[in-house]
Design a binder for this molecule. Structure first.
Ligand SMILES: [Ca+2]
Ligand SMILES: [Ca+2]
Length: 607
C-alpha cells in the first residue's frame, strides 16, 4: 500500500472539518508526502522582506554603496533584508496560508555591477560568484539551515531559486569596452576552430563542434578566443567558487544576447557570463553544486532562472540527477520548475520546454497573461478557456498542467494591481481592489500551483516593473515606493507591512485554507463549464481524484450582476457553499443556477 494514502486519508478527514479548524495546511510530519500541486507558494526576495540582523547589512564589506552594495534609500541596492528576517516572519507567511516558500537566490553575489554612474547591486541574487555559500548580506549557510528546518517543523517547504545559465559579469573581452554593449558573434561567423572569424588562424584542432558532448571532444577545446578574447580583470581571477568557474573555457564568450536567434542560448544575458552548458564538465559541475544543496539542506525544490537560455541537453541531464539526489535524501516530491519568460499566451512554447528540455514544470506565464487580460484588461472570459485548452500540450498533459506554478505578476514584470490600474485607469479604488481580489480568487482555485508574490497580500502597487516592483515589507526608505497609495489600507510601505487585516490578505488566507483542505482544488481534474465572448461568467468544475466529488467555481468578471444556469455533473444534486452564496439544490439534473454580484465569485461543493 502506498504510504501516500495514509496522508490522503488524513487530509480528507481534515477536509470534513469546518474551515476554521483546518488553518494548518497539513500536519508537519506529512509535508514530504505532499505533491507539488498541493502547495501554495509564497515568493519572496529576502533583501526586501525583513531585516533580522543589521550587522550583516553591508555584507561584511567596508566603504560606500559602490563597495558594499548597501543603500536602503535606493531601489537598486541592498536594503538589509536577510534570512534571519525571513525566519522571524515565517509564521506571518504561514498565517497567509502559504505552504511553501520560494526564496529568491541566496548565493553569494558580486555586490555591485554596471557601467560607471549606472551601477546597481546584487540584492536580487541573480549575479552569483560563489555557488556554495549564502551571500553575507543575507547571512550564513547556518542561517539558511535554520530557516529550512523551521519551515519543515511547521510542515512548510522551501524552494530555492537557482541559476545555471550564467554567473556574475566578471569576464571581459579585449575587443569590447567593459560594461558597454558588445555585439553577439555567431557560430557561423566565428566557429570554435578559428580565431576571430572564418578567415582567422586555426585553433582548437580536432574539436568536432558543440554538438558532440563527450569529455574527449571538449578536451580539445582549449583556446576560448574564437569570437572575442576573454580575460579576467585584475583582482577577479579567483572571484568565482567552485574554482573551475574561473576558467574562460567554460563560457561562450560571444557577446550579448538579443534574445532572438541562437544568441538566446549562447549570448551573455545583459553582460552576465554565459556558461558553456553543452560542455560535460559544466553539466557535471552544476550537478555537483546543486546536488550538494539538496544533500546538505534537504530543500524541497528548485525554481530555475533563465531556463530557456540553456540548451535542452543540459536540462535532460540535470533534472533527473536532481530528482535522484532528492529521492536518495528522502524527498520523493521534489519540485523543479523553470522560468520561460514569455509574457504572452504561447502555451506551445511553454509546453515545448516540458517535452524537449524535460523540465518537470514551468512557471505558467500563459496563465498570468490570461488572468491579467480577463480581469485587468477587460478581455472576454473565453481567453481563459483557450489558455486551459492547451493543457494537454504539456508533457504528461493535464497532470503536468496541475503542477505549473501559476501567478499574477512578479518581480520582473510588475504586480497584478499595477496591471489592473493600467487597464482600468478610471476605476474607483473599490473596483481596483475587487479586481485584485478576483484575480487572486482565480489563482487560488484554478489548476496549477498558486504562487503569491510577496507584498501583493498587503496591497502593494508597483509603479513599474523590475526594481519598482520589489518594494520592502519592512519599513522602506525608498521614496519611489513610499509615495504610492496601497490597496485596502491607508498605510504606505514606509512602515512595516506584516499586518493581517488587509482585505487581500484575508481573502488569500481564506482561499488558501479552502484550497489546501480540498483535494478537488489541488489535485483535481479541471473541466471548463462556462465562458463567453465578453466579460462576465467564467466557471470550472474540479473533481476530487479519490471521491469524484465536484467543486464548482464561478467568477463574474463584469461590473454587472449576473445569473445563469451552469452545467454540472448529473450526480451533483446538492451543494454547499465554501465561499459566497450557492444554491443548495441543482435546478434539474446537471444544472446549477449561479448568481454573482459584480466582480465576485463563489465556490460550491457538491455533497
Ligand atoms: Ca540585515
Ligand atoms: Ca546560455
Amino acid at each position: 500500500m502506498n504510504p501516500l494514502l495514509g496522508a490522503l486519508a488524513l487530509a480528507m478527514s481534515l477536509a470534513a472539518v469546518p474551515q476554521a479548524a483546518s488553518a494548518d495546511p497539513q500536519p508537519a510530519s506529512s509535508y514530504r508526502d505532499r505533491l507539488p500541486e498541493d502547495e501554495v507558494i509564497y515568493f519572496v526576495l529576502p533583501d526586501r522582506f525583513e531585516n533580522g540582523d543589521p550587522k550583516n547589512d553591508t555584507g561584511g564589506l567596508k566603504g560606500d554603496r559602490l563597495v558594499t552594495g548597501f543603500d536602503p534609500t535606493a531601489k537598486g541596492f541592498y536594503h538589509g533584508g536577510d534570512l534571519k528576517g525571513l525566519l522571524k516572519r515565517i509564521d506571518y507567511i504561514r498565517a497567509l496560508g502559504a505552504t511553501a516558500i520560494w526564496v529568491g537566490p541566496i548565493f553569494k553575489n558580486k555586490p555591485v555591477q554596471g557601467p560607471k554612474g549606472n551601477e546597481s547591486a546584487g540584492y536580487h541574487g541573480y549575479w552569483i560568484t560563489d555557488f556554495t555559500q549564502v551571500d553575507p548580506h543575507f547571512g550564513t549557510n547556518a542561517d539558511f539551515k535554520a530557516l529550512v528546518d523551521a519551515a519543515h517543523a511547521r510542515g512548510m517547504k522551501v524552494y530555492m531559486d537557482i541559476i545555471a545559465n550564467h554567473t556574475a559579469d566578471v569576464i571581459k573581452y579585449r575587443e569590447c569596452e567593459a560594461d558597454k554593449p558588445c555585439a553577439y558573434r555567431s557560430r557561423a561567423d566565428y566557429p570554435y576552430t578559428r580565431k576571430g572569424g572564418v578567415n582567422g588562424p586555426a585553433i582548437n584542432p580536432g574539436f568536432l563542434g558543440d554538438g558532440v558532448a563527450t569529455p574527449e571532444n571538449y578536451a580539445k577545446l582549449t583556446d576560448p578566443s574564437w569570437a572575442y578574447t576573454p580575460y579576467l580583470p585584475k583582482g577577479e581571477e579567483k572571484a568565482k567558487v567552485p574554482a573551475w568557474l574561473n576558467d574562460p573555457i567554460y563560457y561562450h564568450s560571444r557577446g550579448d544576447s538579443t534574445f532572438s536567434t541562437e544568441d538566446s542560448q549562447l549570448g551573455d544575458f545583459s553582460g552576465l557570463d554565459d556558461l558553456m552548458t553543452e560542455n560535460p564538465r559544466v553539466i557535471a559541475g552544476m550537478i555537483d553544486i546543486f546536488g550538494k544543496w539538496i544533500d546538505d539542506f534537504g530543500i524541497d525544490g528548485y525554481r530555475i532562472d533563465t531556463a530557456q537560455h540553456v540548451d535542452p541537453a543540459f536540462w535532460q541531464a540535470f533534472v533527473p540527477a536532481m530528482l535522484a539526489r532528492a529521492k536518495a535524501k528522502g524527498i520523493p516530491n521534489f519540485h523543479i520548475f523553470g522560468e520561460v519568460f514569455t509574457g504572452d499566451l504561447d502555451v506551445a512554447r511553454l509546453a515545448a520546454h516540458t517535452r524537449v528540455d524535460k523540465l518537470p514544470a514551468v512557471l505558467d506565464f500563459a496563465f498570468e497573461r490570461a488572468v491579467a487580460d480577463v480581469v485587468a484588461r477587460g478581455a472576454p472570459t473565453s481567453e481563459l478557456f483557450h489558455m486551459f485548452f492547451g493543457d494537454p500540450a504539456y508533457a504528461n498533459g493535464e497532470a503536468t498542467a496541475r503542477t505549473l506554478p501559476t501567478f499574477l505578476g512578479n518581480h520582473d514584470m510588475g504586480r497584478f494591481s499595477m496591471f489592473v490600474k493600467a487597464g482600468f485607469p478610471q476605476a474607483s479604488n473599490d473596483e481596483v481592489l475587487k479586481r485584485v481580489i478576483l484575480g487572486h480568487a482565480m489563482l487560488l482555485t484554478l489548476r496549477g500551483v498558486p504562487t503569491i508574490y510577496y507584498g501583493d497580500e498587503q496591497g502593494f502597487v508597483s509603479k513599474g516593473n523590475d526594481q519598482l516592483a520589489r518594494e520592502d515589507m519592512f519599513g522602506s526608505k525608498v521614496a519611489a515606493y513610499n509615495d504610492t497609495k496601497l490597496l485596502g489600507t491607508a498605510k504606505t510601505t514606509a512602515t512595516p507591512s506584516f499586518g493581517t487585516d488587509n482585505p487581500i490578505f484575508k481573502t488569500i488566507a481564506e482561499l488558501a485554507r479552502i484550497r489546501t483542505s480540498h483535494h478537488a482544488l489541488t489535485r483535481g481534474r479541471q473541466v471548463p463549464r462556462a465562458w463567453g465572448d465578453k466579460p462576465g461568467l467564467f466557471a470550472v468544475s474540479r473533481f476530487d481524484p479519490d471521491t469524484g466529488k465536484e467543486v464548482l467555481v464561478a467568477f463574474n468578471t463584469s461590473t454587472a450582476p449576473l445569473s445563469a444556469n451552469v452545467l454540472v455533473d448529473d450526480a451533483s444534486t446538492a451543494f454547499t457553499a465554501l465561499h459566497g452564496a450557492c444554491e443548495t439544490k441543482a435546478a434539474a439534473p446537471g444544472s446549477l443556477k449561479v448568481s454573482l454580484a459584480p466582480l465576485d465569485f463563489i465556490i460550491c461543493e457538491a455533497q
